[in-house]
Design a protein around this ligand. Structure first.
Ligand code: 4AD
Ligand code: MG
Length: 460
């Protein structure tokens, strides 16, 4: 007999004579001649109640089943007599696949997020984390769905790289050199003897590769893991995170902003439509204002504000920020959150940032002082998207690289794209985990990643 998943059973219109489910015991209680077992198989937030009666051959063993044990249940799907659920299973057979000992760490009480991080291998078995990771899966699907419907091609950009896209130097080095005996040349590690014959790192962004493909296939996107060795132990930074990076040929900054706004709204709507039960858990137990926040985002027009105006607003705000603001400063989370949460009370797109705080590839504006960059800020998170129109003019980008002291030789292939059929093009990076934090109201990035990697922490 074929196994049915609980989410499918709960959607049945009428009862069924014979069903087989397999899952884990969440709770069990006994009455005089029955055992009521709540089973969950991970397919949905909801459990199904199994009624085992004392006529079953292994009834004595069933009565000893504890939380976490795995079972295979055959029976009849019938309308539930108790309240709270539509269906229950009247068991004809309960096979015990494995019994969990009493030391099973997930008991019925509510555990703290901090404790659950120490058992990241078991936490997806809780209601909250099961829901979070089902939503993560839906959201990943929604990304591909969104782009495919709009004719974007999906590009796999490399994870090992020889170039530093963001130029921030926050990269994880990849080497096969013997660290106890590194070959030295001129007081420096001699990477010519390393695996690739030169320095290699884990990528911080797929952008430079994506640009090459946008200039070939038109509209493309990457969606994959990226790595940053930033030593910032905050609730919104991870050392390994996923980024969605669309790149569009023949597209300026305004078109880039339009895509970012539309993408965020569509992805949120997708989860609202496809994961209502899981989302309801977060609205009930994690963030009471969640549905209002999400409604606000999908229905409002994002504010668009030049960086210069944003700085003026912050200066006049009368707030006492930890970090001072002024033209040329990199905005901190406190500034970003003030703008989106207090000032406009909806998402805001800041654009035209000072060139001095932005990477080499961003297009220089006519004022020579700013670049065509844009960040999208959302309530409770701050920056969720960072992007720009790219500098398509060879002389301008070369001058910028020289001024920044970059080695042009490393980027020879990138620069050739500005020589052969160069066109205006734009793109951005959307932090997948930050989006998940927004959608679920989960406030720490460690809790939306199956096995998070942060400074000093790489267990599991
Ligand atoms: O603003 P960032 O650094 O932009 C880029 O990497 C561009 N090359 C993207 C592009 O234009 N194709 O990063 C983009 C987004 C941020 O807005 C944020 O949401 C997320 O990636 N992000 C992080 N998420 C989690 N942990 C970190 N350490 C992150 N750093 C950036
Ligand atoms: Mg950024």
């Amino acid at each position: 007999m074929q196994r049915t998943k609980i989410n499918v059973l709960l959607d049945q219109e009428s009862g069924l004579d014979a069903v087989l489910i397999k899952g884990w015991v969440r709770t069990r209680r006994d009455s005089k001649s029955f055992s009521f077992i709540e089973i969950n198989d991970g397919s949905s937030l909801k459990n199904i109640q199994v009624i085992a009666d004392d006529g079953l051959a292994n009834y004595d063993d069933i009565r000893k089943l504890t939380t976490g044990s795995a079972v295979a249940v055959q029976g009849v799907l019938a309308p539930s007599k108790g309240g709270g659920q539509q269906w229950e299973i009247q068991a004809t057979d309960v096979a015990i696949i494995s019994a969990a000992p009493e030391t099973y760490p997930l008991q019925k009480k509510r555990h703290t997020d901090e404790f659950l991080r120490t058992i990241a291998h078991l936490r997806p078995r809780t209601n909250k984390y099961g829901a979070a990771f089902r939503i993560r899966s839906e959201l990943a699907y929604a990304v591909h769905h969104y782009f495919r419907e709009r004719g974007f091609r999906y590009i796999h950009t490399p994870i090992l790289t020889g170039s530093d896209c963001e130029g921030a130097g926050e990269m994880f080095r990849v080497t096969t050199l013997n660290l106890a005996d590194i070959p030295i040349n001129d007081k420096q590690a001699d990477y010519s003897q390393d695996f690739f014959g030169k320095e290699a790192n884990l990528t911080v962004s797929g952008q430079l590769s994506a640009e090459m493909f946008a200039l070939s296939l038109g509209d493309v996107y990457t969606f994959g893991p990226t790595f940053r060795a930033e030593n910032s132990n905050t609730r919104r930074h991870a050392a390994e995170f996923w980024m969605i990076e669309p790149e569009m040929a023949f597209c300026d900054l305004a078109g880039n902003m339009d895509l970012g706004e539309d993408l965020i709204k569509n992805l949120i709507r997708f989860v609202m439509d496809h994961s209502p039960d899981d989302l309801a858990l977060f609205a009930r137990f994690v963030d009471k204002t969640l549905m209002a926040t999400l409604d606000n985002i999908v229905t409002s027009e994002f504010e668009r504000l030049p960086y210069r105006d944003a700085v003026a607003i912050l200066e006049k705000s009368g707030q006492s920020f930890k970090f001072p603001v002024g033209f040329g400063c990199d905005l901190q989370t406190e500034h970003e959150r003030y703008l989106t949460e207090q000032h406009v009370k909806k998402p805001v797109i800041l654009y035209d940032y000072p060139a001095s705080i932005k990477p080499f590839y961003m297009r220089v504006n006519d004022d020579q002082e700013t670049v065509a960059a844009m960040d999208i800020l959302v309530p409770s998170i701050g920056e969720i998207i960072g992007g720009s129109q790219r500098e398509e003019r060879l002389e301008v980008i070369e001058a910028r690289m020289e001024a920044m002291g970059m080695e042009k030789e490393t980027y020879w292939w990138y620069l050739e794209s500005r020589q052969f059929g160069t066109v205006p093009h734009s793109g951005f990076g959307l932090g997948f985990e930050r989006l998940l934090m927004l959608v679920t109201g989960i406030s720490n990035i460690r809790d939306v990643i199956p096995f998070p990697r942060t400074p000093g922490s790489i267990d599991f």
